[in-house]
Write a protein that binds this ligand. Sequence first.
Ligand code: NAD
Ligand code: IPM
Ligand code: MN
Length: 355
Amino acid sequence: MNTYRIAVIPGDGIGPEVVAEGLRVLRAVGGADAGFSLELEELPWGSAYYDRHGRMMPGDAIPTLRTFDSIYFGAVGRPDLPDDLTVWGLILPMRRELDLYVNLRPVRLYPGVPTPLRPEVGEPHFTFVRENTEGEYAGLGGRQGQGEYELAVQTGVFTRRGIQRVVEYAFSLAAPGSLVTSVTKSNALRHAFPLWDEVAAEVAARHPDVRFEKMHVDAVAYQLVKNPARFGVLVGSNLFGDILTDLGAGLQGSLGLAASANLCPGQRLALFEPVHGSAPDIAGQGKANPLGAVACAALMLAHLGEREAAGRIERAMEDVTRQQVFTPDLGGSCSTHEVGDALLAALEREPSQAR
Ligand code: NAD
Ligand code: IPM
Ligand code: MN
């Protein structure tokens, strides 16, 4: 029987609330019947850790994380601490130092979920592949001067290797005949994105069975709302991917539903986190939608090779959304924990096939 060691980092705000429900689901699908077990080790990193230690995670955090099979993360950010301090102290170094260069963000509709789209525009069902270690998030630049002469410079870093590997991954997801859209802004940002376009075209030429287009990010934002069904796999830079995947979550009906996998293809260690943040406006009220975090649990099990268990979680989620067991973001009045209860009941109705 395979045993997987999972580092669980609940983090801040609603992070611990949604992760708690994800863990209930993970415990319910693992075990002897399922043919695998999970060792869930909680790491209390984040803003509370900062209060005690003056840093968001310990100095040996990265080597510690490398000893696990996977990382299950909630969210980071607390209103009394600067957001750049908390994100550059925890989530961004994990992505960069573990070289998790793919941020995979599937966008799909769950049954029973009201979407803001009119039915005639078609359903969104696409995957966004976001570059996750460089680009606009390189962190280079600074501020200088004072008063009206004060200025800030923020430098993006785009490498041929960084572009090539993430676009290559996007093509690896695309079925023959399907469409890959490369998202840039090469008209205005005239150094980085012409390089991106060039490299993407070279990768596309190696995959003649897949359709390819490049599109400016502003036009992509428009088409995602007007004609979302035209897209299959989209690939874009760190910042564009960040923004467009919140738009994608909006198309799904709620930011609380959106899930992501941070991966280094070919490597087991990966990080799974909902797309949303710590949501201080609803934290501590039992209102957070846990389904994004639960979908991350399914992505994590699929990545570990436990496809049957991942499928069970996905079917339980569909069962729960079909019955409209909804938190307030989806127009319901259920609590975070009640959605977890409904998921466990759905899993019980559909027992695992013992192997
Ligand atoms: P946010 O995603 O936390 O919240 C945006 C809006 O969506 C809020 O109205 C919130 O209530 C709602 N929302 C988010 N998740 C929800 C859920 N599961 N259920 C129901 N409603 C949900 O974004 P923000 O307000 O821009 O940022 C808040 C903090 O989170 C900041 O400190 C920011 O830096 C941090 N942040 C962290 C991550 C991360 O850890 N990966 C991601 C985004 C933002
Ligand atoms: C996300 C978040 C992060 C990002 C923040 C917290 C740095 O918004 O995961 O989408 O921009 O990548
Ligand atoms: Mn984001």
